[in-house]
Design a protein around this ligand. Structure first.
Ligand code: PLP
Length: 471
């Protein structure tokens, strides 16, 4: 990113966050050069960029002023937002500690009920490999990963009509590692990336870790992804990479239509932007055909698709992958400096599990249970939550997204429930601070046993109290 673009983005963040109000005068060019340490010409270029975007205006011989944010301008910007300095890792750290604590009801957990993930056959295969010396040999399992496993992953893509070669795949230490490697390979500090306004906290953490600037687009209540805002953001900001979840979006749950995916692919090419697609729930769909990854629509190698076995066989497998294509080499270089290879034992067991067709059977069973359990909890909540609350349900995954009235604070509810040994995931983990914080993500991969029902009762009670107190 050029220095002037960097400065323009910083100034825009100050304006977006309300630190400079409409018609307020900006520092003169000379003052701004002193404040920022940039040259006069860089400052002038930054001011002119903001003027062209209609964010500020110039008055003859007087300087630059902040423009009015008229209704039409807000519409024109379509809710595109440049996020302030990102600091989320600490909040996620504390939340994870709480969701993992012994004796807690794990409604806040990001992973499915482990009881549903344990698979006898997979454990047998692991045990068999554990007894063979050659299963520990790393030579065949170093980056880009076990060849047979990569071939099987590639053939699963091809069954969906996605062009894929085993050389395009890099096996990683789970999806989080895949996503981070992809982002690191494609960006350098202070580059601009685009995120959905409400998204898996791992995306915010990655941006924080790599020192990236984030632009967000608002969620669309009907289509999930706001395609107009997406285009506006690519027009207005020097976006280098988008990180999106389009299938079983975490935390909201929606899956974007093929029509919108086609439009995204066209815009990526038009604006020469790369997309990192987080598709960790790709196998947990029980509402019809498996949704297509963005690589299906992408004719120009602009998409890196990341997924994992964590959500279907347990996070303990720590095996994920990137369909990395032309970036395979760059990503392997980064692996050599960080995680190196993924456990040969687990990679070998996965090869047998997939090639002997146990995976499909396991997935069918898992999806059946997830669909059942989620429906039961949804029905319970519809009956017992105060009527001002709305719950979103989709035919995939295991989360429900509960929307409370806007004046409610889900972080407060989260803290109250911790005292009752119940964890939930409040919206603060997924959204920038300036967004509405009235929502809760609930993990519904549990059967309605007594302890789960009691915890749901408590949740409904705490929500009702919060509404009564604030409403
Ligand atoms: C949306 C999303 N992406 C990525 C990950 C990371 O998955 P893994 O355990 O394979 O690293 C998670 C895990 O919670 C997730 O929910």
């Amino acid at each position: 990113m050029f220095k002037s673009e960097k400065l323009a983005l910083h100034l825009r963040q100050l304006i977006d966050s309300g630190q400079w109000k409409a018609h307020e005068k900006l520092p003169s060019l000379r003052e701004q050069a002193q404040i920022s340490g940039y040259s006069l010409i860089t400052v002038l270029n930054a001011y002119q960029t903001l003027e062209t975007q209609g964010i500020i205006y110039a008055k003859d011989k007087s300087g630059y002023y902040v423009n009015e944010r008229s209704a039409s301008q807000t519409l024109l910007n379509a809710g595109v937002h440049a996020a302030e300095h990102i600091q989320i890792n600490s909040a996620v750290f504390h939340y994870l500690k709480n969701t993992q604590a012994a004796g807690f009801i794990p409604f806040g957990s990001a992973f499915p009920n482990p009881e549903l993930l344990f698979n006898q056959k997979f454990m047998q295969l692991l045990a068999q490999h554990a007894k063979r010396k050659q299963s520990y040999l790393n030579n065949d399992n170093m980056p880009p990963g076990n060849l047979a496993l990569r071939q099987m992953i590639a053939s699963r893509y091809m069954m969906q009509g996605v062009q894929c070669n085993s050389d395009d795949i890099v096996i990683t230490s789970g999806a989080l590692n895949a996503l981070n490697l992809a982002l690191e390979a494609l960006t350098k500090p202070s580059d601009v990336i685009l995120l959905q306004e409400t998204v898996f906290y791992g995306a915010w953490q990655a941006a924080e870790r790599l020192g990236l600037q984030v632009v967000t687009i608002p969620d669309h209540s009907e289509f999930g992804l706001h395609i107009e805002a997406f285009e506006k953001a690519l027009q207005q900001y020097p976006v280098k990479v988008c990180w999106l979840m389009l299938n079983t979006q975490n935390p909201l749950g929606y899956t974007v239509s093929n029509n919108i995916k086609k439009k995204i692919a066209a815009l990526l090419e038009q604006y020469q932007v790369y997309l990192i697609e987080d598709d960790v729930y790709l196998e947990l769909n029980y509402g019809g055909k498996k949704p297509l990854p963005m690589t299906y629509f992408d004719q120009h190698q602009r998409v890196l698709h990341c997924s994992t076995f964590s959500k279907s066989l347990g996070m303990g497998t720590r095996v994920g992958w990137i369909h990395a294509r032309q970036f395979s080499d760059a990503i392997q270089h980064l692996q050599l400096m960080s995680t190196l290879s993924v456990s040969p034992l687990v990679q070998n067991a996965l090869v047998d599990f997939l090639s002997q067709h146990h995976y499909e059977k396991h997935l069918r069973h898992l999806c059946l249970r997830l669909a059942q359990y989620k429906q039961v909890i949804y029905d319970y909540l519809k009956l017992h939550l105060p009527q001002q609350c709305k719950v979103d349900i989709y035919p995939s995954g295991y989360f429900l997204w509960i929307k409370l009235p806007e004046y409610c604070d889900s972080y407060h509810i989260y803290q109250t429930l911790l005292q009752h040994k119940i964890s939930i995931a409040p919206s603060l983990l997924f959204r920038p601070k300036h967004s509405l914080q009235n929502c809760i993500r609930l993990n519904c991969s549990y059967e309605l046993h007594t302890d789960i029902e009691q915890a749901l009762q408590q949740l409904c009670r705490v929500i009702a109290d919060n509404i009564a107190e604030k409403g």
